[in-house]
Design a protein around this ligand. Structure first.
Ligand SMILES: CCCCCCCCCCCC(=O)SCCNC(=O)CCNC(=O)[C@H](O)C(C)(C)COP(=O)(O)OP(=O)(O)OC[C@H]1O[C@@H](n2cnc3c(N)ncnc32)[C@H](O)[C@@H]1OP(=O)(O)O
Length: 194
C-alpha cells in the first residue's frame, strides 16, 4: 500500500500547470541542465546520464540504463540511485514550466527489483501548482513503456531564484558555471520574467 504524506496533496487553491509557450516540442530531448549533474550531466563520469524528452502538456519521458556502478545488491540497482532517477526526471518537468525549482519532498515506492543492464523508462507529469509549490508524480518501468512498473514517486518542488545556487553552491563550481557560455545559455532557458 502506498501512503502519500499530506504535504504532497495539493491545497484546495492549487491550479493546473501551464506549459510554457517556449517549452521544447513533444518528442524533443531536453538536454542536461548542468554538465556535471549526477542525474543528467554528460560530463559527469559517475552519473546516470539520464535523458529526458518533452511530452504533451507538462509531462515528459526519460530513460537511463542501470550500470554496474549503480549496484546496491549484487546485480541490482541501488535504491538511492533509483530515487535519483525519479528526482532528476521530476526535476526536468520544471524545464517545461520554465521555472527554477528544487526538490522539497520526494516519496518513493520501490515495487520490484531492477537488474543491472535494465533500461529504465520513466514517465512524469506535473499534477498541480500552488504559488511556489509544484506537485508532480513519476513512474519507472522496466525495459520500455509497456514494461512492469518498478518504481513510483510523488514529489513537491519549490520554486527558487537563481540566487539559491549562487548563494549556496561551492564558489569554485559556481565560478566555473558562470564563466561557461553553455551553462549560461542553459540557465537563461529557465528564466521567466527576468
Ligand atoms: C540555473 C538552472 C539550474 C537548475 C537546477 C535544477 C536542479 C535540479 C536537480 C534535481 C532536483 C534536486 O535534487 S534539487 C536538490 C535537492 N533539494 C534541495 O537541496 C533543497 C534544499 N531545501 C531548501 O533549499 C529549502 O528548504 C527550500 C528552497 C526547498 C524551501 O525553502 P524556502 O524557499 O525558505 O521556502 P519555505 O518558505 O520554507 O517554503 C515554501 C513553501 O513550501 C513548503 N515546503 C518547503 N519545504 C518543504 C518540504 N520539505 N516538505 C513539504 N513542504 C515544504 C512550505 O511549507 C511552504 O508552504 P506554504 O506555507 O507556502 O504553503
Amino acid at each position: 500500500m502506498s501512503g502519500i504524506s499530506a504535504s504532497l496533496t495539493p491545497p484546495a487553491d492549487a491550479v493546473a500547470a501551464v506549459r510554457h509557450p517556449d517549452a521544447p516540442a513533444p518528442g524533443e530531448l531536453l538536454g542536461a541542465h548542468y554538465g556535471q549533474c549526477f542525474g543528467c550531466g554528460e560530463d559527469q563520469p559517475h552519473g546516470l546520464h539520464l535523458q529526458a524528452r518533452a511530452g504533451e502538456g507538462v509531462s515528459l519521458t526519460a530513460e537511463f540504463t542501470v550500470q554496474p556502478a549503480h549496484q546496491g545488491a549484487p546485480g541490482l540497482a541501488h535504491g538511492g540511485v533509483l530515487a535519483t532517477a525519479l528526482d532528476e526526471t521530476l526535476g526536468s518537468l520544471n524545464w517545461l514550466l520554465r521555472t527554477i525549482a528544487v526538490t522539497g519532498r520526494l516519496e518513493t515506492d520501490f515495487v520490484r527489483p531492477v537488474p543491472v543492464g535494465t533500461v529504465l523508462y520513466l514517465e512524469a507529469e506535473v499534477t498541480a501548482v500552488a504559488g511556489r509549490k509544484i506537485y508532480s508524480r513519476a513512474a519507472g518501468r522496466i525495459g520500455g513503456p509497456d514494461g512492469p512498473v518498478a518504481i513510483r514517486a510523488e514529489a513537491l518542488f519549490i520554486e527558487v531564484k537563481v540566487d539559491h545556487f549562487v548563494d549556496n553552491g561551492r564558489p569554485q563550481e559556481i565560478k566555473a558555471a558562470m564563466s561557461d557560455p553553455d551553462q549560461l545559455r542553459r540557465a537563461r532557458a529557465f528564466e521567466v520574467n527576468p
